[in-house]
Design a protein around this ligand. Sequence first.
Ligand SMILES: [Zn+2]
Length: 384
Amino acid sequence: MDLNIKDLRAEMPNYQTYKDWNRDGPILGIAVHHSATADRITGAPVGNARTFFDYHVNARGWAHGGYNYVIPGSGEIEYALDEKISAYHAGFKDPDNSEGLERGQYWNNHYLAICLSGWFSNDRTYRDADGHTHMMPNNYTGPTESQMKSLLSLIHYLRQKYNVPVENIRVHRELAGNSTVCPGHNFDPAELREKIRAADQPEPEPSPGPEPDSQPQVNPGEHVLLLPDTDKYLASAMAYIWKFQPDVSFAVNEAKGRWKYVTVVGNKEDISDAQLDRLRSGGAVLVQRIAGDPDAVQGTLDGLVEANLRFVAVPPPPEEPTPEPEPVGRTYTVQPGDSLSLIARNMYGKSSMWTIIFEANRNILSDPRLIRPGQVLKIPFVPE
Ligand SMILES: [Zn+2]
């Protein structure tokens, strides 16, 4: 892929005052923005690094402009702010760090910013000098072909340079803590990542081979590593975080309803089973606990890294109860929070009779402590 980068860094306003600055921490991802600037008459993209930086610095008073790269409608790639400097592109106010995202600076500290000139939504409006609102024509409501081509080449180059996984190529609205539609309703981040993946593998796999595992496909922002006791476990989780780049949070009570996949690191005294159930009832489809002392936890997580598995093996969904000969007795569908002894107490009036249920279900249970909600257990008839 040929890459034609126009280096404008030294020409940006205030360059001398910030040129030696350095970002806090490594580059982990890339965020794509649009400028939300379009020609009122034609709808075409307007603006470039110089006009945006002039606005950010001279009108808004920022120390420097908000993006590392700008791609105007022409498709030229403008290098505007050194990669080693954090762009002000996705910060938010969080003085108490309740989001666990470096007081709202996580994305600025660790994500490069690329801005495409243009405004990628339909039915855009503007106000004239008299305060009247007008529609812009629905032309140029997505990136131009040359912008898209340049974006893909630039991302390819930056990913190789910083070893960025494709999941960390995100658009502004996918960054937690940011409330925006940037880069517009018509810019589909999944499609972008699909194109990047396709470019990664120009040759189709010659032989499909066996499926390596049946782990869920995780999109950016869908998976969180919850560390209720960060002091105790953060060091154990570093390799895992580095490898899979989940969101990381210790704010257990803020986590409900925010993530589809949750990996909890900690024992029951750090976070209770009831709290895990609350996450499930908030819509999380997978909630896994990695328990043990920090060494054991590190062993488990490093094992996952080694095996390139984001989650501890996910068992297949419970089999449809096959219409085999009617079992003698009843069946019971495991509910969240159940244990075999609890079920035995409800079914037989005696929790010690859990062994009967276990033995009757050895075909689906290998460990009496491990039962899953949704499993259908045979409850044998026991004479009084
Ligand atoms: Zn943006």
